[in-house]
Design a protein around this ligand. Sequence first.
Ligand code: PFF
Length: 445
Amino acid sequence: MKIARFSRVGFILAAAGSAVGLGNIWKFPYITGEYGGGAFVLVYLLTVLLIGFSIMIAEMLIGYMGRKDTVTSFENLAPTNKHLWKYGGFQALAGLFIMIFYSVVIGWIFHYIVTSLTYLPSSVQEAETTFNLMLHTDIWTQLFYHSAAFIWITYVLTKGIKGGIEKMNMVLMPALMIILLGMFMYALSLDTFGRAFDFMFASDWSKINSEAFVVAVGHAFFTLSLGMGAIMTYSASMEKNSNLVRNAFWVVFLDTTIALVAGLMLFTFLYQYGAGPAKGPGLVFISLPAAFYEMGIIGNVFAVLFFLALAFAGLTSSVSLVEPMVQYFIDRFDWSRVKASILMGLFFYLIGIVALLSNIDGFKEYLTWGDKNFFDWVDYVTAAIMLPAGGLIMAVFVGFIIPKSKVSAIMKPQLGFAFEAWYFSLRYLTPVAMFIVMLSLMGVF
Ligand code: PFF
């Protein structure tokens, strides 16, 4: 069988499509708002540069050298103890777990695309009521759109690397960039742009505490799609003789630029037309629609385009969250792609329904343990435990386990004098940072 490989541009767009997701447009602006802006942004940028970029190259390298699903790649590349190291590849499960709530959120976005055509809330309070009504009472709307997300994502996966994933990214990623750029230009013309700029780039270190620090590090991983085998699985289909450093650079560059552009644009709109920046997770579903309302009729156009862009970002990330496990069953169990895609799709779809119900009045009482409902638990366990663990395992694997001669044979020509710095970052900087993040998110300190 001929192995399907990404084209050069196809790979960069698909990996950037994975990275640019709800994390950039929905999460980054609201956590920046919560943690006070500039200093937080700086910590995030430094983490991306010093740690994220290194791990991105390491994750690409495992996939590129291994050429298989994540489990098989770990197994093949470990010189000894293969039967143990292969479990490193099960970080791919995290993606499937994330999809349990990610798909529900994409459902909300679909719903907002449709409603924004004709309706926008006239105040933040009204927006909040509308959102909460959907979240806590409207099972059928959420189920309908969650199903639509499931069908779309699964369909693309059945079409494979070339005909599905690459094709979708080649269309949706440019579309997303054009929409954001257009809206950003408009934001540039408003007089509150300067305020938004100051908020995001003027560093006020008094706002930075250890929690903000950890959130910034954790977010750098989430937004770059690291630690879950997504980038690794895509990299197994990278062209031979690819330049990993260049590819990693583009992915990190696009992901970071899009997060900053989205943040600047959203804060400009919020300053100009609505409330201030700190509005929590409801920022894009609550404060933003109310701000769009203030724009008049163009607000509806903007709202629809904005939610479309958000949906595109979410869908291109979704396929990368599921593909690692699809590839796993294809490579290890000889399943057909269609079978693997549908079964993985059904997994997140059905458990996703439980996550959806765990927000609904009348159900949530049965689906809440401790201070979190099922939806929040899935979010927490994946982000707090699985993702940093995946990052840690990869850094150790490339830094200590794969023989240095093999690593340097590929990476030295590409990295040149920076090779040792990169290697150091994998061996020491990243493990320590990941360990601290994990402990702190688990509440140890
Ligand atoms: N990077 C995506 C985002 O910012 O929304 C989320 C994500 C996708 C995380 C794929 C991990 C992953 F493997």
